[in-house]
Design a binder for this molecule. Structure first.
Ligand SMILES: *Cc1c(COP(=O)(O)O)cnc(C)c1O
Length: 234
């Protein structure tokens, strides 16, 4: 695709985000577009920054490594959105600003240790397997609170910022709505359990190319969009 169509895609996705936000009485500035760049070559990512994108999501530490090293724009932010193995935790801490996929106490403990060594505070989200599909990563809804409390109490270099989920794949976006709604309700429960101190602003990372508008209507604050921006992956 030419750079023109990437620009057009960015414009269209931002427009759809704005409309979905308006429909649900929210501001589009409350929603972060995470441009998912797995399989997208570096040159296209550079183009994407020129088209105004500045938050990127990668699924694999190894693939992210070379890209992140090459893109040096000061206000570009990188999010890890794929399953993170503990043996990649150290490098993930070095590469990423936000990890969307914390799914165990041991991973949180490792991230905390490496973040402390690196002198940084890492923002994390807990990935929740709302649908219970065995092929999906993430923790069961019933154990989210205990994982979150552990992070908040003991992991001082990891800042708990919210919840992430992937809805099952459906032919119609509307079918994903109950899963997004369930994550929002879980977020509200967690926020209430944690008490005052800004926990009302916990993020909801949900919605992809096929269903991000429905996710926004259900309260998404971060949408992870690849195909609608960059075209089909090969
Ligand atoms: C690939 C991926 C996305 C983006 O998917 P698209 O359908 O291309 O928008 C979002 N979230 C996660 C976790 C992904 O792996």
């Amino acid at each position: 695709m030419s750079s023109l169509s990437l620009k057009d895609n960015v414009k269209e996705v931002l427009e759809r985000i704005r409309n979905a936000a308006e429909r649900s009485g929210r501001k589009s500035s409350d929603i972060t577009l995470v441009a998912v760049t797995k399989g997208v070559p570096l040159a296209r990512i550079v183009e994407a920054t020129e088209a105004g994108l500045y938050v990127f999501g990668e699924n694999y530490v190894q693939e992210a490594r070379s890209k992140i090293g090459a893109i040096t724009g000061t206000h570009v932010s990188w999010h890890m959105i794929g399953h993170l193995q503990r043996n990649k935790a150290k490098e993930a801490v070095r590469l990423f600003d936000v990890i969307h996929t914390v799914d165990s106490k041991r991973l949180a403990e490792d991230l905390d240790k490496y973040a402390r060594d690196a002198g940084k505070t890492l923002r994390v989200l807990v990935q929740v397997n709302v649908s219970g599909e065995p092929t999906k990563s993430g923790v069961a809804p019933e154990v989210v609170q205990s994982l979150v409390e552990d992070i908040v109490a003991y992991r001082s270099h990891v800042r708990f910022c919210g919840l992430m989920t992937m809805a099952p794949f459906f032919d119609t976006p509307e079918a994903a709505r109950p899963y997004f709604r369930a994550l929002r309700q879980l977020r509200d429960t967690i926020a209430a359990a944690l008490g005052s101190e800004g926990w009302s602003e916990l993020e909801l990372s949900m919605g992809m190319s096929s269903d991000f508008e429905v996710a926004i209507e259900e309260g998404a604050t971060m949408v992870r969009v690849g195909t609608a921006l960059f075209g089909e992956r090969h």
